[in-house]
Design a binder for this molecule. Structure first.
Ligand SMILES: Cc1cc2nc3c(=O)[nH]c(=O)nc-3n(C[C@H](O)[C@H](O)[C@H](O)COP(=O)(O)OP(=O)(O)OC[C@H]3O[C@@H](n4cnc5c(N)ncnc54)[C@H](O)[C@@H]3O)c2cc1C
Ligand code: SF4
Length: 528
């Protein structure tokens, strides 16, 4: 006999007291279900910062639920009877709690959705899935937008979003007369550097977070990354504080320096709000409204505000639409037939390439790298090296505190690796080391030379750029947006091509780019 009316399943990225799953909640007859399970940290080799982010935020959300008087069944990672996976734990708790139905908000991961559907079916229980109103647009809205389109360009979707939600609009026209101010947003810092960038908003771990940090450090000791500088917002109040500080301190220069990099500083003028948003501690409407207000009040220029809003109202919603309309086939896409293994040093940072060493060290220390590091350093290298997209996906999903499948997969597989063959981007993003030289001073401190494509001091990015063009010439030549780059290949003699080929083989063979191991201080070798 049913003892509970509904069991409300709340996942680690659904930490919103106002989520649709709670709409009819009645504490007298319903209960909430949450579980910390090892499988979510091991199905990819989840970094310590990422796992700690999720568990700390979950435990604080459990306290918020209790404060609201919502009955909660919460399984901790170290509980003796922890079943180890979401489906096994849910199955066991259904037997114990005897609900008459399961209720949840749409999850952010196709794999998890299948697992929960299977549990409901095995248990003979109805599963009620509520649309996730956290987002501006629903998956149905996106599917309607996508219908009949061969490729899904963000720009068109973004315009629709601006119009439909009345964001940065005036009398039916975009504020400032343009939809996109990207052309104003491409500056590097110049020789004197970024100057006095406002300090990152840090939250010292409280007792709950400290307990999580100790647990993650012991339970997942061999996982990559470090926890000594963990300072992420893990409650709604902290997330609101982080938002407030971003709007006050960073937004005015966000746009101008969006693509810039500086050694040792991944934070720069970025928002650092992705984890808070993706775990649903923040609502994108309040983030967009705060940015719009900053423009109205004359605090931040339109180019910055539009650039920032485009990331949230445009890119973030667009990649979610791509994920849910393309899965599960999307996960298998490998348009460029890339088969190389991901270099092991991606997990340790042990490379002698200055730009990559910096991006990887920050990734492992904080579970964070900014967008341009993800796209034009780590992603670019993996693309041109020809790494199997699934391995690249597993790395990105593992290492970042903001990584949830719906947002990580399209960014990695589509935007960064072009593995979807053009669903998201009209061409692969490829560049020589000179791009990194333009956007940062990394190359000055590097043993490689971005101007060289072959020879002992050749920058691996530059070698791999030419190698990429040579390997994919036939396919790329058909793409009008790549025509100029492909045409440049004709300037290379056979001897020069041969030299690129040999150097690229040395890079792939691990003879170039690998630093002497640092003793595994940042992590250890990947699991089997
Ligand atoms: C290969 C690759 C993998 C990525 N994986 C993730 C991921 O797992 N999770 C994730 O949230 N973002 C991912 N991104 C997008 C982006 O890099 C991060 O959202 C951003 O770096 C987070 O830092 P921030 O909060 O300081 O962002 P900011 O640069 O300050 O941007 C503001 C906000 O806009 C949103 N945003 C910006 N760019 C994107 C984008 N391309 N897609 C979706 N939302 C965006 C984020 O919510 C972010 O907080 C990935 C990008 C690449 C190229
Ligand atoms: S020379 Fe090449 S590897 Fe070195 S920092 Fe510049 S782009 Fe990176």
């Amino acid at each position: 006999m049913a003892e509970l009316r509904a069991l409300i399943v709340v996942l680690g990225d659904q930490l919103d007291l106002d989520a649709a799953a709670f709409d009819d909640f009645d504490g007298g007859v319903d209960a909430v279900w949450m579980a910390e399970v090892a499988e979510e940290a091991t199905h990819v080799w989840s970094s310590k910062p990422r796992t700690a982010m999720f568990l700390a935020a979950m435990r604080h959300f459990a306290l918020a639920l209790q404060a609201k008087g919502r009955p909660l069944n919460y399984t901790r990672l170290d509980a003796p009877d922890n079943a180890g996976s979401l489906d096994a734990q849910l199955q066991a708790d259904i037997r114990r709690l005897k609900p008459s139905r399961l209720v949840m908000t749409e999850p952010g991961d196709w794999r998890v959705l299948q697992a929960i559907k299977a549990v409901a079916e095995r248990s003979g229980l109805p599963l009620q899935i509520h649309e996730d109103r956290h987002f501006f647009s629903s998956i149905r809205d996106f599917a309607a937008h996508a219908k009949g389109r061969k490729s899904l360009r963000m720009a068109y979707f973004y315009r629709e979003q601006r119009q439909r939600h009345g964001v940065l609009m005036q009398g039916g026209e975009p504020v400032g007369g343009r939809w996109n101010f990207d052309a104003d947003n491409r500056e590097a810092f110049g020789a004197t550097g970024p100057g006095a960038v406002p300090p990152r908003t840090e939250f010292a771990p409280d007792a709950v977070t400290r307990e999580v940090i100790a647990l993650v450090d012991s339970h997942f000791a061999r996982h990559p990354g470090r926890l000594d500088s963990f300072a992420w917002p893990v409650t709604r109040a902290q997330a609101l504080q982080a938002l407030h500080n971003f709007i006050r301190d960073r937004l005015p220069l966000f746009g101008r320096y969006q693509d810039a990099m500086w050694p040792g500083d991944p934070w720069l003028y970025h928002a650092h709000l992705s984890a808070a948003l993706n775990l649903k501690l923040l609502n994108p409407r309040e983030v967009v409204a705060a940015a719009e207000a900053a423009h109205r009040e004359g605090h931040a220029p339109l180019a910055s505000v539009e650039g920032f809003i485009r990331q949230i109202l445009g890119w973030r919603e667009y990649v979610r639409g791509v994920y849910w309309t393309q899965m599960p086939a999307y996960l298998e896409r490998n348009a460029l037939a890339a088969q190389q293994d991901l270099p092991a040093w991606f997990w340790t940072g042990d490379t002698d390439m200055a730009c990559l060493a910096d991006a990887l060290a920050q990734t492992l220390a904080h579970g964070y790298a900014n967008h341009i590091q993800r796209l034009m350093v780590t992603g670019l290298y993996a693309l041109m090296l020809g790494v199997q997209p699934k391995q690249v996906h597993a790395w990105y999903l593992a290492v970042y505190v903001d990584a949830v499948a719906w947002v990580e997969l399209p960014n990695t597989l589509g935007m960064s690796q072009y593995a979807d063959g053009g669903v998201m981007g009209s061409k692969p993003y490829i560049a020589t080391g000179k791009y990194i030289q333009r956007m940062s001073p990394h190359c000055k401190g590097c043993r490689y030379d971005p101007a060289q494509r072959s020879g002992d001091s050749a920058c691996p990015f530059t070698t791999l750029y030419w190698d990429f063009l040579m390997r994919h010439e036939a396919v790329l030549a058909k793409n009008p947006r790549m025509a100029l780059q492909v045409k440049n290949l004709a300037r290379l003699s056979d001897v020069q091509k041969q030299a690129v080929d040999e150097r690229a083989a040395a890079i792939r063979g691990g003879e170039v780019g690998v630093a002497v191991a640092s003793g595994g201080a940042l992590g250890s070798e990947p699991h089997g």
